[in-house]
Structure formats: structure tokens, C-alpha cells
Design a protein around this ligand. Sequence first.
Ligand SMILES: CC(=O)N[C@H]1[C@@H](OP(=O)(O)OP(=O)(O)OC[C@H]2O[C@@H](n3ccc(=O)[nH]c3=O)[C@H](O)[C@@H]2O)O[C@H](CO)[C@@H](O)[C@@H]1O
Length: 345
Amino acid sequence: MKYKIVVSGGGTGGHYYPAYAVIKELEKNIDVELTYFTIYNRLDYFKVPKDFPDAQHIPLKVKGLIRPLYSIKNINVLINTYINYIKVKKILKQITPNFIILTGGYVTVPVGLAAKDLNIPIFILEQNKIMGVANRVLSKYAKKIFLTYNNTIGNKYPEKSITSGNPLRIPSNINRNKLLNDLDFNESLPLITIFGGSLGSEFIDNLMIDVYNKITNINFIHISKKLKSKWENVKIFDYLDNLTEYLAISDMVISRGGATSLSEIDFFEIPAIIIPWGNSAENQQFLNAKGINKENIHIFTENDVKPQSIIDIIYNVKKKNNYTIKKQNPSKFIVKTILDSLGGA
Ligand SMILES: CC(=O)N[C@H]1[C@@H](OP(=O)(O)OP(=O)(O)OC[C@H]2O[C@@H](n3ccc(=O)[nH]c3=O)[C@H](O)[C@@H]2O)O[C@H](CO)[C@@H](O)[C@@H]1O
């Protein structure tokens, strides 16, 4: 039997990749026909994985809520949500999905409301330490809510919530020497990977210039749409589809506080310097970073961090002894729970 599955999530990697991980795991268990509702035009900002099942992508022209939430301008947002709800409901009636997965972002509100009206089972993934507004609105109608963090702030439905962890794209095998040789890196040196979420970060780009001018005995991979490399030990890419392969062999990461980036750092047990994006909704990125606050995780605000703060920390970075993965991808548990709750595949 073919399962018709509808997924919806905001148009950045942090929402898209967890959905991808779940769909990939579902495909191991059942035949999947996928429809994906996301934000109009946002798919250009980051690369949609090439091997994503032949999803039909339906972009919706949604308007995001304006803060403060009681702003009069949000009346337009409500009208826009209603128009999209009518459109999505019509499409869902044609598709007749078996179930629907929502990964957060305003775009999911009309999709979730239409699914609820048509009695389609809804599963929610919440990656962040503070639940996003869309997930807060839709949680009431969900069959199960999968959380990355214990005690997610703003979650009103603990009885149907499970702290599963964030489903991730995990490389199937890791060959450190090959990955480093491909980039002409010296294998005996440690590797530090720098990236600012799926959309990049000019703040982190600028911060690193002084660091690169001073440090030559570390290999650096830096994801940046702006920087050009003039340093032999720094390789710059505007995007890497296989970034998680490089994360798996990184001895340190410097990143923003997006929940999926942090889940990867946690999963691969990489020491990290986190500089949360100062304008994230409800200071979400700072709360995410505090949520994984452990030894070897250094959190800075944009105001506090200086190139010298980075140099002082990375000066002591050493190559790890081994790079084997010890944990299980949460996608396995999530898929099993979804299928069991629907009566099994
Ligand atoms: C601006 C914005 O909306 N930010 C939110 C967005 O972040 P954003 O979309 O930046 O997502 P995250 O930082 O959580 O994840 C980034 C993902 O992109 C991948 N990647 C990145 C660069 C690259 O070259 N290749 C690559 O594969 C990373 O491996 C990771 O899987 O979603 C997160 C999860 O809900 C939220 O916590 C963030 O606050």
C-alpha cells in the first residue's frame, strides 16, 4: 500500500531537514507519496536535498506574524491565513493523505487547520527549546508532538508529547582521510567547521577574518556566501549538501543557535562555540543554546564575542581519538511511534 503523506514546514534548513530525515526513515518501512507545502520562494535560500523523494512541492504565499502579536497589521495575516486555508483544504481533499507532519513555521498554520477539519492525523515536530507560535496554535489538534528538548517552553500538551530528539541527516559511513584529502587538507591537523545555520551569517563571516589571519595550524571549513578564501588552511563554500559528513569529523564547530545545527553538534558530540542570532523569535536561539549547555559548549552573545575570544578557545583544539557515531538517529523512534499510533504499517 502506498502511504500518501503531507509535510509542511518553514522554508529554511532547520525546518526542512528534520522532515527529510523522517521521510527517509519512513521510506525504509512503507511506500511513500509525498506532498510538501512550504513558503513561496524560500526554497532558493538553501539547497533542497537532491535525493528527497519525488515530493510535489506546493509553495504558499504566507505572511508571517508581526510582533507585537496584537499589532493591527496582523489582521492582514489572518486574512492571508484564511485564503491559504481554503486553498490547502481543496488540495488535501483531492490528495486524501494518510497523515500529515508539521515541522513549524507560519506556513503550517493553514495546512494544520485544514488537516484538522478533514480529520487527518497530525504529527508535530518541535525542534526548538521554546515552541514556535504555529506549533503552539496547532498542538491542540496533534495526535503526537515530538520534542527535541525536555520541558519545551510553551508546550501545553505534555500528555501527548514525547522528547524524542531531533531527527537528523546522518552520514552512513565516515571516512575522515578521504574527506580531508578531497579538500587538500593536512590530515594530522584538527578540523573546525564554521557555519551560520542554513542561511549563513555575515556576523560570523566578519568575526572570523582576524582569526584566519592569525591561526595557520588548524584546518577550517567555512560556509559563507560572502567570504573569499585567501588562506591556505581555510576552505570556503557557499553551501555544502554533505555538511553533516564534515560535522561528523569536526573537532570543533562555530555556529548560530538554530535548533537543528545544535542537535547535530550534540549528536556528533562536537565541542562548539555558539553565537545565537540576536534577532531570533522570542530569543529562541539563545534558549536553544542554553538547553544543550554542557562542558565544551561556549556560548557568546553578539555583543560579547571578539576574534580574540575565538582564538583563546580554538588555540587548544586537538584532533579527536575517534569519530565513530555512538547515538541512534531519533528518526527511527519517531517513525516507529507514528506508524504504531496509526495501527502499524
Ligand atoms: C532564520 C531562521 O529562521 N532560523 C531558524 C531556522 O534556522 P536554520 O534554518 O538556520 O536552521 P538550523 O540552524 O536549525 O539548521 C541548519 C541546517 O542546515 C544545514 N546546512 C547548513 C549549511 C550548509 O552549507 N549545509 C547544510 O546542510 C545544517 O547541517 C543544519 O541541518 O530553523 C531553526 C529550527 O527550527 C530555528 O532554531 C532557527 O531559529
